[in-house]
Design a protein around this ligand. Sequence first.
Ligand code: ATR
Length: 273
Amino acid sequence: TDRYAVFGNPIAHSKSPQIHARFAHQTAQDLSYSAERINEDAFEAAVEDFLQGNGKGLNITVPFKERAWALAQWRSERAELAGAVNTLYRLEDGRLAGDNTDGVGLVRDLADNNEVDLEGARVLILGAGGAVRGVLQPLLAAGARSILIANRTSARAETLAQLFDSAAGVMGCGFDAIPATAFDLIINGTSASLQGELPPVPEATVSAHTACYDMMYGAESTPFCRWAQAQGAGRVMDGLGMLVEQAAEAFLIWRGVRPDTAPVIQALRESLT
Ligand code: ATR
């Protein structure tokens, strides 16, 4: 049996084993997938150990994505721009390959599962951490016309924007400099929900045509989703679909077959409540 795992710390609440077990069952693939809590000082050695023998691929989560990026001997373009790796596997020549499927996971959930039109979209992204960095290039590649990154610490947003060519339409600012005009898409990539908080965003950024997406999710609607709903946003979504889609993209890389995500998203949604 080919073995797969997700490495992180903490890892107890990871839904990845459940998601990949469903993918494997659905596509009749013989594999196992476990969640492993890795000590901070043992990450690199643990990757090497795992990928000997039957270990075919790894997902990497907090706090190891940047270290996985550094460890990879080959990286996809999207991983290069993300500065972080969430999927590891071996190339045929034995080199360790690193990819990042988070951004494409978000784009698929928006465009395929929720019919959000990204072509020409004016996008506002809240937050400027690793989660946001990973989705910028995939959003541009999917046709976004402009991306304004707004962050509590404005310098971090400006630094992220500078990773892109000035013609790409990516700008950074503080929350206080967000213009009071409606955007096509607003994505919350801050971890403010974890503290039950809401980034201070002008209400005028939301119209009946605005799609609002929280990269976080939970059994109950997140503070950002509730706020977006109250502003009358055209669509309001949380990050559960992104989680399943990034997993499906990793499964495709490893197994060469794309699972059907819709029933898995639905099953996970039901298991949250
Ligand atoms: P991740 O890798 O998950 O993106 P991170 O790099 O720690 O984690 O980034 C967390 C993001 O959430 C940052 O943009 C952070 O803002 P700062 O850069 O100003 O710290 C944002 N954030 C966290 N708590 C927040 C809160 N209560 N209100 C607004 N933004 C918050």
